[in-house]
Design a binder for this molecule. Sequence first.
Ligand code: C2E
Ligand code: MG
Ligand code: MG
Ligand code: MG
Length: 287
Amino acid sequence: AAKREGRGRALMFEPRLDRQHEHRLAMEAALLRALREGLLHVHYQPQFDARTGTLRGAEALVRWDDPRLGAISPAEFIPLAEEMGVISDVALLVLRQAVALLRDPAIPRLSVNLSVMQLRRDGFLDQALSVLAEAGVPPARIEFEVTEGVLVDDTVAVKHRLDGLRAAGFALALDDFGTGFSALAYLRLFRFDRLKIDRSFIRDLGQEAEAAAVVSSVINLGHGLGLEVVAEGVEAPAQLAELRRLGCDLVQGYLTGPPMPPGALKLLAARAREAGMRQDHALGDPA
Ligand code: C2E
Ligand code: MG
Ligand code: MG
Ligand code: MG
């Protein structure tokens, strides 16, 4: 009876499993095709100094607009790329495009997200350095972002690779801070330049006193460790005002600028630079 029941269940679920499996195979094929045909591209979300409004850099966010499937979120295809073993291809594509954009001297720095697979293996540092050397861009203008999850996994090896990136001159940021486990212990072990407060903590800022208490203590923690603190997901003027009051260093979000194509970031950087020069002039003007 049990066997019959089991078979009955298997039969009941088979069509759905089949469909899931088919979908998965189709996505795998589509991702390989997208990589081959150059359908992946990169958008850039600006980061500003919270106090002065100066453009400090931008985060590179990979995009996949497929002619057949439409826009597919990186939250869906990055894990797929990891499982398929093609994450390095995605990462190098993003890094190459970011480095090409850094030929524009008006763009101070670009941040690139790294996934755990790249830090489990050797080789990424050398590949990254050769991409930069070809373009004549110094490593200090690239920042790599890693999430807390990356640190927990195979800590010794990951620390070795991150230390290598830092020794080579790259900047490092801890992404989505507050969403993982054991963050405090890892902050002592690893050396970062910036800490990015996850947008879930920014959401209720300016509305709930508790939210301000949490964000305030993260900012103080970051500063105590000598790090700059970045707020992500800033959507409302009240959030920005609160972040400034609490002494947050950098802001990133739909309010100050959505992810945009490279041409739009270049324009923004050019305009920011002009405004800065006018300001310098005004400051230096004795009259
Ligand atoms: P993330 O690194 O935390 O990137 C920030 C995400 O927040 C982006 O989503 C961005 O579009 C979104 N965002 C920015 N401002 C706001 C805002 O004001 N409000 C809200 N609600 N959201 C905002 P996106 O582009 O969908 O990327 C999702 C995640 O995919 C990224 O999260 C990152 O973890 C990953 N990812 C993106 N590009 C890459 C990549 O090149 N390599 C790797 N390994 N991961 C990537
Ligand atoms: Mg990020
Ligand atoms: Mg983030
Ligand atoms: Mg995030």
